[in-house]
Design a protein around this ligand. Structure first.
Ligand code: CAP
Ligand code: MG
Length: 451
């Protein structure tokens, strides 16, 4: 059989669909991982062949039939493209559904799963572009991951803060402050009413402020602000560094100083994220995930990986906070799609919801819930929209929207806290936030200035 197949392949006859990667009658099993790809085949490439090629290259196949296929249980190991449909309103683009058997991925390893699903196949010649739009991860595979170290329910208990979104701010400017001045900003923000301050994604240990110096001043500010306000406060200390050894050293020092939370950037990579999640789990710390770099995967609408998929992988990998967009701030994202990302973070069971971009049901198998973070160009004037869009389980983060306040940092923090509390009260009294929010905000503003 294989000799015959090889001959036909050399003659250009046998392609991926004949190699067994197209199975239109296949009914996915509960234990299969299912991927929905948006594919744009090159001119003249049959969409079904393109889908079969995706299934092939993201599982067992190479460009030709190999003798050694016969030495494996190749029927199980081949991924199966089982449905292809044109994407409505976008000529040349197709949705392709591909199922992967449970045996294909190592237990609890995002690195392994992604090496198949977004490995070679994303630079594959028969395709102009390919985007992984959504994924259904089977419960059997979900159970092999440990997920968020702390989760949003325990986080609220530790903070003793309920019934409202949490408030945060990114210390600005992004780069250049000394440790002492940095600590002052943290104190002002927390004292004014924020629950958290945070390091920016690109602040690690540059010459103008080494990490130990920052941690010491920040934790001093956190302790003073907690004492002054009687509330639990925190500041996400970014432990992102060049090596795991450096990250562990920084995280351990943060813990030693009494921090409840550490932060990493997505750019450290899947394995490093899973290792830091293990560390946080072991030490009962909250792990904040800044999605720096996600736009290189997520932004293009025809090529890359949707953020809903990234959010699913990050929940499995184990983060407690995840930047998930604002819909109303400085960074791109529409309200419905962004709400879909929030559902992926916070649901016990995510339902298919096509208007929100969710193509599959996803059972989270009791994995803890991630607290989404809305950050990027937002300010107190949008409080009604933010509460209406995202509800209570979210951290609203206003960097420029606190530190850029005309009357100073503390005034900025007060404005955010007053606006939030006024809006939560209005919501709890049954007011329509969209219609009546701006007036509630205007009235609340009287209590903000002067300090
Ligand atoms: C916000 C921020 C965050 C982005 C990340 C910034 O500052 O610190 O990095 O919000 O965005 O540097 O822009 P501002 P996302 O509040 O001053 O805008 O979570 O959407 O990836
Ligand atoms: Mg930032």
């Amino acid at each position: 059989v294989i000799t015959d197949a090889k001959k036909r392949y050399s003659a250009g006859v046998l392609k991926y669909r004949q190699m067994g990667y197209w199975m239109p009658d296949y009914v996915p099993r509960d234990t299969d991982t299912i991927c929905l790809f948006r594919i744009t085949p090159q001119e003249g490439v049959d969409p079904v062949e393109a889908a079969a090629a995706v299934a092939g290259e993201s599982s067992t196949a190479t460009w030709t039939v190999v003798w050694t296929d016969r030495l494996t249980a190749c029927d199980n190991y081949r991924a199966k493209a089982y449905k292809v449909e044109p994407v409505p309103g976008t000529p040349g683009q197709y949705f392709a559904w591909v199922a992967y058997d449970l045996i294909l991925f190592e237990e609890g390893s995002i690195a392994n799963m992604t090496a198949s699903l977004i490995g070679n196949v994303f630079s594959f010649k028969p395709l102009k572009a390919i985007r992984l739009e959504d994924i259904r991860i089977p419960v059997a595979y979900v159970k092999t991951f440990k997920g968020p170290p702390t989760g949003l329910i325990v986080e609220r208990e530790r903070l003793d803060k309920f019934g409202r979104p949490l408030l945060g701010a990114t210390t600005k400017p992004k780069l250049g402050l000394s440790g002492r001045n940095y600590g002052r900003v943290v104190y002002e923000g927390l004292k004014g009413g924020l629950d958290f301050m945070k390091d920016d994604e690109n602040i690690n240990s540059q010459p103008f402020m080494h990490w130990r110096d920052r941690y010491l001043y920040v934790m001093d500010a956190v302790n003073k602000a907690s004492a002054a306000t009687g509330e639990v406060k925190g500041s996400y200390l970014n432990v992102t560094a060049a090596t795991m050894e450096d990250m562990y050293e920084r995280a351990e020092f943060a813990k030693e100083l009494g921090s409840v939370i550490v932060m990493v950037d997505l750019v450290i990579g899947w394995t490093a994220i899973q290792s830091m999640a293990n560390w946080a789990r072991k030490h009962d710390m909250i792990l904040h995930m800044h999605r720096a770099g996600h736009g290189t995967y997520t932004r293009q609408k025809t090529h890359g990986v949707s953020f809903r998929v990234m959010a699913k992988w990050l929940r499995l990998a184990g983060c407690d906070h995840l930047h998930a967009g604002t819909a109303v701030g400085k960074l791109e994202g529409d309200p419905m799609t962004v709400q879909g990302y929030y559902n992926v973070c916070r649901d016990s069971y995510t339902r298919q919801d096509l208007p929100r971009g969710l193509f599959f049901d996803q059972d989270w198998a009791d994995l803890k819930k991630v607290m989404p973070v809305a950050s990027g160009g937002i300010h107190a004037g949008q409080m009604h929209q933010l509460l209406d869009l995202f509800g209570d389980d979210v951290v609203l983060q206003f960097g420029g929207g606190t530190i850029g306040h005309p009357q100073g940092i503390q005034a900025g923090a007060v404005a955010n806290r007053v606006a939030l509390e006024a809006m939560v009260k209005a919501r709890n009294e049954g007011l329509d936030l969209k219609a009546e929010g701006p007036e509630v905000l205007r009235r609340a503003a009287q209590f903000c200035a002067p300090l």
